[in-house]
Design a protein around this ligand. Structure first.
Ligand SMILES: Nc1ncnc2c1ncn2[C@@H]1O[C@H](COP(=O)(O)OP(=O)(O)OP(=O)(O)O)[C@@H](O)[C@H]1O
Length: 697
């Protein structure tokens, strides 16, 4: 809509008034309090919250308008919807409605037509009519764009997608962004789903899974503000660089203090420094290298096996028999003739302290025997004899307790893999695990088991989750989810992933049932997101061609109708042509306004080599390697297995010959991940014979 249009002027005026109101309210908040008075400090916390809310509104007060007439009211009212709400202090009427408020759900669920609409409010279902749905884009305090996606009585053809397409056409920087202004109905259902559910979401690449999960957290905090605390919510993501990439979304939504971590970091923290990770446990070397023979993946693959619920049951059995045989069947003899019978010791241990975890029971038992000993000593009149007996008694108590087995997670876990241990586990897994455990190291796939044992032996520290988000959940194991579930009174999970991107199949799940089986039927809630928002129609259709080779049986992703350029698959005449091609690709895309450009390689080694060659050629780029903590954006070289979760305006897959991407499900998943990283442009290069995963006709 052009800026001279009367509606533009109307909205311009409304915006000016809104900014004046925000300024007025900001001026009224009052000065910052830095004193020691407790009540004042509490008030200051509230004031600070208001300051932050108004600051957020000061950038972009709202993004949508819905003209809505509630049943029984005389006329429609314009509702302005923003990231946070703001009331008129005089009338207490809302000037801006928080996008998470019940009535705002209409903005997302409404897709046209003149039929009455309903939404769920705390008091029940509310019915009404919609007259107008308008998107407003405000940047740098100015109104940039006004798009009506519905007007009652109008023809409304094609209007619905216009604003979404305008947003999707944006070029990206190095951060994932919020999507409050264009959340789609299928996404909104997930965001607003009830709290006590284990939501499992299978979503196509680019369907907004990560984004939706973050918006869901913001929603839960709003909806259950009296019951849920941000500090007790946690997001698990695959690596620290990905965490950096998504770290902007929650603050943009005005949410702070939600812990964002990787499973390994969290697990090592729980184990309190008692376990170290083995050198060379890097996944790039183990699973994605092209050197040597490619490992096969089955139920005896260490990650699959140690992540299974069957392995957890095996540990539970071992833990139980450990507990049952924990005590030694011997009385405690403090000194000659002064005996505490073993039946008494067993009574204390098995009855009185039964509810404590093993480590605490051991401590309590020690203290109890010690108290018994002190009692015996008080009966001795002669101080010298008493001193002697005390010395002997304490020494004997120490050695008695030392005979009880050591109850720490690593020692227990080592015993599972000790020679001769009967554990029905495959010999190969037992041998390799024993070798590195002996040196005090663990591999990533041991962490769930170690934390579980630690928790069983020591009891849960004071750790309760109000909600857990697990992103890229196709890569996590049932054992990990079952473990996290023990830190909740009732399951409250958002578990999101895409089996077609299950490149870590050696430790992840192959079917969602592996995770849903942890929960009861009424706790489970399964959703599918088919629509893909990230890429152009051409890129999605191209990637859909690879999908059948992933052997996941998943349906093709559905594109939003955003057409771009054709995907190029280009054969190089000679290796020497590669660098000049990359150079031109980068420059060409930069000229077209692309901000993030990725050159995706197959392995770590290939990317390191390519990076060196590019530097020599005079092309500056950021090389991404495993363990990296930051994602910088700009021009990136990245091995395909680390590109998962990220996105780039333009992508060049550096070599797609048949050796790099063989006709296997695992390679198909890798190539699918690579292709679906691109928003606007995708090119594949190869030398020699093209991979059979790609069809050109
Ligand atoms: N409703 C929407 N409006 C605008 N943009 C959207 C919407 N949904 C998703 N997007 C955009 O699509 C892109 C993909 O989102 P996101 O990374 O959350 O998807 P994903 O399903 O986690 O992808 P992947 O499985 O490939 O990691 C992002 O740029 C996001 O901003």
């Amino acid at each position: 809509m052009d800026s001279q249009h009367p509606l533009h002027t109307e909205e311009q005026l409304k915006l000016q008034h809104t900014f004046q109101e925000i300024d007025r309210q900001q001026a009224n908040v009052g000065p910052i309090y830095r004193g020691q008075d407790y009540v004042e400090q509490l008030l200051e916390e509230k004031r600070e919250e208001i300051r932050q809310r108004l600051a957020l509104l000061g950038n972009e007060p709202y993004f949508g308008r819905l003209d809505y007439q509630e049943e029984g009211k005389d006329e429609p009212l314009p509702l302005y919807i923003g990231k946070r709400g703001m009331d008129d202090p005089q009338t207490s009427k809302p000037l801006i409605i928080d996008w998470r408020a019940p009535v705002a759900s209409l903005f997302y669920s409404f897709t046209g037509g003149e039929a009455p609409v309903t939404y769920e409010a705390p008091d029940g279902t509310i019915e009404g009519q919609i007259y107008l749905k308008r998107n407003l884009s405000i940047r740098d305090k100015t109104l940039q764009r006004v798009v009506d996606s519905y007007e009652r009585g109008g023809d409304n053809i094609g209007l619905n997608d216009e604003f979404l397409l305008y947003k999707l056409g944006d070029k990206k920087d190095n951060r994932l962004r919020d999507i409050v202004s264009t959340i789609q109905a299928e996404q909104d259902l997930i965001i607003r789903a009830p709290r006590y559910k284990a939501l499992i979401i299978q979503g196509a690449a680019g369907s907004g899974k990560t984004t939706v999960a973050l918006h869901r957290l913001a929603f839960l905090l709003y909806q259950y503000q009296q019951q849920i605390r941000a500090e007790r919510m946690i997001i698990f993501a695959p690596n620290t660089m990905f965490l950096d990439y998504i770290s902007g979304v929650l603050p943009e939504l005005g949410v702070g203090n939600v812990k964002q971590t990787t499973f390994a970091e969290w697990a090592l923290d729980r184990l309190g420094g008692t376990v170290r990770m083995a050198e060379g446990s890097s996944e790039g070397n183990r699973w994605f290298s092209l050197e040597g023979t490619r490992p096969t993946i089955d139920d005896e693959t260490p990650g699959r096996l140690k992540g299974s619920l069957a392995f957890k049951s095996l540990l539970d059995e071992k833990l139980q028999s450990f507990e049952e045989s924990f005590l030694i069947d011997q009385p405690f003899e403090a000194w000659e003739g002064r005996i505490l019978p073993s039946t008494m010791i067993r009574e204390w241990f098995e009855v009185e302290y039964r509810h404590y975890p093993l480590v605490a029971r051991r401590e309590r038992l020690t203290a109890r025997i010690n108290r018994w000993l002190e009692m015996q000593l008080t009966n001795i009149g002669d101080p010298k004899i008493r001193k002697d007996k005390s010395k002997t008694g304490k020494q004997r108590l120490r050695s008695y307790i030392n005979k009880l087995p050591k109850a720490d997670a690593l020692t227990f876990y080592q015993a599972i893999f000790a020679p001769g241990a009967e554990n029905q586990l495959p010999k190969k897994v037992v041998d390799t695990t024993r070798a590195y455990l002996k040196k005090g190291f663990a591999q990533p796939e041991d962490l769930a088991a170690l934390v579980w044992i630690h928790y069983k032996l020591n009891g849960a520290e004071n750790l309760v989750f109000d909600h857990v988000v697990v992103d890229e959940a196709q890569d996590v194991s049932p054992f990990q989810i079952a473990l996290l579930n023990t830190f909740m009174n009732e399951p409250s999970f958002t578990i999101l992933g895409d089996l077609a991107q299950g490149i870590h199949a050696y430790r992840g799940v192959q079917r969602w049932e592996e995770l849903s089986s942890i929960f009861t039927d009424d706790q489970n809630s399964y959703h599918i997101l088919k629509q893909s928002y990230r890429s152009t129609l051409e890129i999605i259709e191209f990637a859909n061609g690879i999908l059948p080779h992933t052997d996941t049986g998943l349906p093709p992703a559905e594109p939003v109708f955003r057409s771009g350029e054709a995907v190029d698959v280009i054969q190089l005449e000679h290796e020497k042509a590669r660098l000049p091609f990359i150079d031109t690709f980068i420059k060409d895309n930069q000229e077209r306004g692309m901000r993030t450009i990725a050159i995706i390689g197959r392995t770590d080694e290939e990317c390191v080599r390519l990076h060196e060659e590019m530097v020599q050629f005079g092309i500056e780029a950021n090389l991404i390697s495993e363990g990296q903590a930051q994602y910088r954006g700009g021009i990136t070289i990245v091995p395909v297995y680390l590109a998962k979760g990220l996105e780039f305006d333009a992508v060049l897959i550096a070599d797609v010959n048949e050796r790099q991407y063989a006709l296997t499900a695992q390679d198909a998943k890798l190539l699918y991940v690579g292709c679906t990283r691109a928003l606007h442009r995708l090119t594949l290069l190869y030398e020699g014979k093209l991979t059979a995963l790609v069809q050109t006709d």
